[in-house]
Every structure is written in structure tokens, then in C-alpha cells.
Design a protein around this ligand. Structure first.
Ligand SMILES: Cc1ncc(C[n+]2csc(CCOP(=O)(O)OP(=O)(O)O)c2C)c(N)n1
Length: 373
């Protein structure tokens, strides 16, 4: 009889850039000054986009919107590490993944404006559309990763989800599949401490989300999600590992949702100001800016130029979104599946027949031409 320790179940946390903007030189990723500036510009673009989207929602110019304030480094840092051929499966807070990968900003506004055409991107962009069902993205990513290996493609699939999604069976099944089949996948959990009003402490008793990967036989690592350099570096290594056939990684990006869950939420009802203020001091953009300024890469003039460019980029995208010809109501059926399921085909037929009845009735009543209800 004996009691033996079977294996070492330790998990690690990676952070490179601290809250004062100081770095651990040994851990720094290899990025040129041009790349550092590019990374910073992506963060600023996203930040300006996010602020504008919140205002547009309040003015009734887009629909319900989920802000990514405070989490900018998570999406920009991971997307910046990818190769063009990699596939992304975003949830609903990954605006930064789309834009950093080159999806036009106007598409992102369109999506949040309820225009399905926004989900259609160039076919070589390998970006799946927003998927609202919590925990669905890891399954899609693992399936895609296995398909890529079967097709002998040099592509990694990346699935995004939140801390809330780790309580979903789908996420755990996806992790099991990823481990068993050593899928070339990176599972990116943005642990922003909340699933709507549910705090992380009620989501799981586990000390970290990263450690959940151990149960499925692969590596999980916690990363300071407000440190864009750590996020980039962890993602780069996870992608290289997957590409080399060495299996999946779970990245837990430890961050904080600075805004409400969406514009339909009021987070003052379930969290306190002190917590918010603590996290405000950890702002990922301010931290990176302090570092770039200290090493002489960012000057006030360059900073102003980046900000002005971001503002005009966002304004141009809003203008393009708002001056676009109206979508067809049947678009809601046409931007998800290449081929409609029989149920959806039937719904579409009934919907179009209904529209035509309504339009005929209104045009014979008013004497005006057809219009949509
Ligand atoms: C399967 C499913 N259940 C419930 C919802 C409603 N819902 C939308 S977002 C959300 C919370 C998600 O929290 P988390 O996964 O932590 O992501 P976060 O919103 O924090 O980015 C819930 C419950 C949904 N969209 N899908």
C-alpha cells in the first residue's frame, strides 16, 4: 500500500509588462519598433471604435452592444500573433479580433446594427461570424482544427469564450476532444470576472480556469490579460505548438470587464466602485503607452497621429454603415448557412409570403408603392 503523488498539476501565470509600464526583459517577445507601434494602433482603433459604438447605441443608431472596454489587449494581442491562414471563432466581445485581422470596421458596425451583411467577410479571411450561444465557439474551433489537420493545412483554429462559458458542457466536451485528438487549436478564455451579473467566484470553485486543461491532458496557462505583450507572447507560443503538431493550449486571459455586460445591463446593481477603480489602474492601453513612451518608441506627436487616424477611420466606417442601401429583410436567413436547413428554408418561404401580403395590403390602402413593414 502506498500513497504516491501521480503527477505535477501546477499552472503558471505569465505577465511581462507591469502596471507601472515596466517589463521583464527576459520574457519580452521579439517585436520590432514598427510592430510595437502597429500593436498600439490596433489597441487605439479598438478603443475608439468601442466608445463610438456605445454612443451610437444610446442614440438608437445600432442595436444592443457588448463593450470590450478593459479587455482590448486580449483580442488585439491574440489576433496580432496569428497567421493569415488561421481560423477564428469569436463569441460576441471579440470586435478586436475582427479588426486586427483586417475585417473592415464597417462590417462590425453592420453586425451590431442588425445588418446580416456585416457577417460576410472576404472568403480568405478565415473569420467566422459572431456566435452568441455561450460555449459554442470551442466546439466549432476544435472541429475546424481537426478538419485542418485532415486536409493537411498549416492552419490553427482559435475559439474564444468567457469565464461563464466554462460551466457549459459544450466547452468541456470541446476540451476533451481537443485533448484526446491533440487538435491544432488554441482555446482563448477571456476571464473578465463576470458572466452578466454572475461573478467568477460563483462560476467555478477551481482556483484558476487555466488548470481545467490539465484534466483534459493538455496545457493551460493563465496570462495577465491587461498586458498586451504577455497575451501576444503566450498566443504566439500556443500557435507555434499547435502548428508543430504538439496539441492544444488553453489560455486564460485574466482581465476585467470595465463596462456593463451589454447596453441592456446595469452593472452598478451588482458590483462596487472600488473594484472598478482598482482595475482602472490596470488599464491595458495606458500601461502599454507608458512602456512605449519610456523606450522612446511613442512620442506625443506620434500618439496624436495614431489617435487622429483612429478617429477618422471610425468616422468613415460609421458613415459607410449609415449610407449603405438598406438590407433586404430576407438577409436574416442568408448569412449563416451556405445551404439553408429544411426548417429555415420553410421559414424563409413563409416569411417572404407574409411580407408580400403585408406590402400588397399597405400599397392598396395608401396608394403608395411597396415598402417594408
Ligand atoms: C447557451 C446560452 N445561454 C445563455 C445565453 C445568455 N447569455 C449571453 S451572454 C451570457 C454570459 C456570458 O458570460 P461569459 O461567458 O463570461 O462571457 P462575457 O459576457 O463575460 O464576455 C449569457 C448567460 C446565451 N447567449 N447562450
Amino acid at each position: 500500500m502506498s500513497l504516491q503523488k501521480l503527477t505535477d498539476f501546477s499552472t503558471y501565470k505569465l505577465s511581462i509588462l507591469d502596471e507601472q509600464g515596466k517589463v521583464d526583459e527576459k520574457l519580452l517577445p521579439k517585436l520590432s519598433n514598427t510592430q510595437l507601434v502597429e500593436l498600439y494602433s490596433h489597441l487605439i482603433n479598438l478603443h475608439v471604435f468601442d466608445e463610438k459604438a456605445l454612443k451610437l447605441q444610446r442614440q438608437g443608431r445600432i442595436g444592443t452592444y457588448g463593450s470590450c472596454a478593459g479587455q482590448e489587449a486580449c483580442t488585439v494581442g491574440t489576433a496580432y500573433a496569428m497567421e493569415k491562414q488561421d481560423w477564428t471563432f469569436p463569441a460576441f466581445r471579440e470586435h478586436g479580433v475582427f479588426m486586427t485581422r483586417g475585417v473592415p470596421m464597417v462590417n462590425v458596425f453592420q453586425y451590431w446594427g442588425g445588418d446580416e451583411r456585416g457577417s460576410k467577410v472576404e472568403s480568405d479571411m478565415n473569420c467566422f461570424p459572431v456566435a452568441i450561444p455561450v460555449g459554442s465557439q470551442p466546439l466549432h474551433a476544435v472541429g475546424c482544427a481537426l478538419a485542418m489537420r485532415y486536409l493537411k493545412k498549416d492552419a490553427v483554429a482559435i475559439g474564444y469564450f468567457g469565464d461563464g462559458a466554462t460551466s457549459e458542457g459544450d466547452t468541456l466536451e470541446a476540451m476533451n476532444f481537443a485533448g484526446v485528438f491533440q487538435a491544432p487549436v488554441v482555446l482563448v478564455c477571456q476571464n473578465n470576472q463576470f458572466a452578466i451579473s454572475e461573478p467568477r467566484s460563483l462560476q467555478t470553485r477551481a482556483e484558476t480556469i487555466a488548470q481545467k486543461a490539465i484534466a483534459f491532458g493538455f496545457e493551460g496557462i493563465q496570462v495577465d490579460g491587461n498586458d498586451v505583450l504577455a497575451v501576444y507572447q503566450a498566443m504566439k507560443q500556443a500557435l507555434e505548438k499547435a502548428r508543430a503538431g504538439k496539441g492544444p493550449t488553453l489560455l486564460e486571459l485574466y482581465t476585467y470587464r470595465m463596462g456593463d455586460h451589454t447596453t441592456a445591463d446595469d452593472s452598478t446593481r451588482y458590483r462596487n466602485k472600488e473594484e472598478l477603480e482598482t482595475w482602472r489602474k490596470r488599464d491595458p492601453i495606458v500601461r502599454f503607452k507608458t512602456y512605449l513612451t519610456a523606450i522612446g518608441v511613442l512620442t506625443p506627436a506620434l500618439e496624436e497621429k495614431i489617435m487622429n487616424e483612429a478617429v477618422s477611420k471610425v468616422e468613415r466606417a460609421v458613415q459607410a454603415y449609415e449610407t449603405m442601401p438598406a438590407p433586404s429583410p430576407s438577409d436574416m436567413f442568408d448569412y449563416m448557412y451556405a445551404q439553408l436547413t429544411p426548417e429555415l428554408a420553410e421559414q424563409k418561404k413563409n416569411f417572404l409570403a407574409h411580407l408580400s401580403r403585408v406590402n400588397n395590403a399597405s400599397s392598396s390602402k395608401s396608394g403608395e408603392g411597396p415598402g417594408f413593414p
